[in-house]
Design a protein around this ligand. Structure first.
Ligand code: BT5
Length: 220
């Protein structure tokens, strides 16, 4: 069931109050969130949505599924930047924020937030790093795009993890690139050689192989 709102703080927060299978869509967010408590610009004309799922897979698998669902739905030659971005010609088209909802110690459900620049203007401070679908293709109907994303998400969710990982890696343009990853443990540099079964970015560094579980990647 798709629930549509005009303006909310964050669709991820609204989604926490809904059952698995629900999809929350808002025309605008006043407190859109990225990872690490960063803000997410969410003006009118963009696609700001959250899908509520049962935690039948690991959280990062849903991020991978959402990335693939978006790629399949937008019909442009975009690719994945590990772990949660869809990039077109070096600029961010879409970001994904997957979060767990706990009841005490127990994970009750997951919320998979997808934010995509579609027909919206990109705020001036983000113009060097962000792009909209309108700029690279054409204006599209948000409601039908939401339906496409949800349909592709559900189809992909039926697949085994091996398939998801293989497709994710095929579409992840970072493999083979020299990168620096900034995370909570500091900075680590190396060549990306793989994405592991645990969803980590695998680097070949001067000190040997290293797996990175989270962080911001830049190509060096
Ligand atoms: C993300 O975080 O990329 C996850 C964004 C998830 C947004 C969706 S919208 C629906 C749902 N409800 C929410 O509240 N959130 C989710 P991260 O990798 O941390 O990237 C954040 C950074 O992206 C910011 O620090 C900016 O540099 C940049 N940014 C902010 N708004 C953007 C936009 N509209 N388009 C492209 N880049 C943006």
């Amino acid at each position: 069931m798709i629930y549509r709102f005009d303006k909310v703080g964050s669709t991820n927060d609204v989604a926490k109050g809904y059952d698995a299978g629900s999809v929350i869509v808002a025309s605008e967010q006043s407190k859109g969130r990225g990872r690490f408590k960063r803000g997410w610009a969410s003006p009118k004309g963009g696609l700001w949505m959250s899908i509520v799922v049962k935690p039948s897979r690991r959280l990062f698998e849903y991020t991978f599924i959402a990335a693939l669902a978006v790629l399949k739905s937008v019909g442009i030659n975009a690719s994945i930047k590990w772990p949660n971005d869809i990039i077109f010609e070096g600029k961010k088209l879409c970001g994904i924020l997957s979060e767990g909802v706990f009841e005490g110690e127990k994970i009750e459900k997951f919320v998979v937030g997808i934010g995509m620049n579609i027909n919206n203007e990109i705020p001036s401070e983000l113009r060097d790093i962000a792009v909209s679908l309108k700029e690279v293709k054409e204006e599209v109907n948000i409601d039908s795009l939401v339906e496409k994303v949800v349909m592709n998400f559900k189809e992909l969710d039926k697949k085994e993890f091996d398939y998801i990982l293989k497709e994710y890696k095929k579409n992840c343009y970072m493999i083979g690139k020299n990168v620096a990853v900034r995370g909570i443990k500091g900075k680590i540099s190396g060549k990306v050689v793989d994405v592991s079964e645990e969803g980590e970015l695998v680097l070949e560094t001067d000190e040997g192989r290293a797996e990175v579980g989270e962080g911001d990647v830049s190509i060096t």
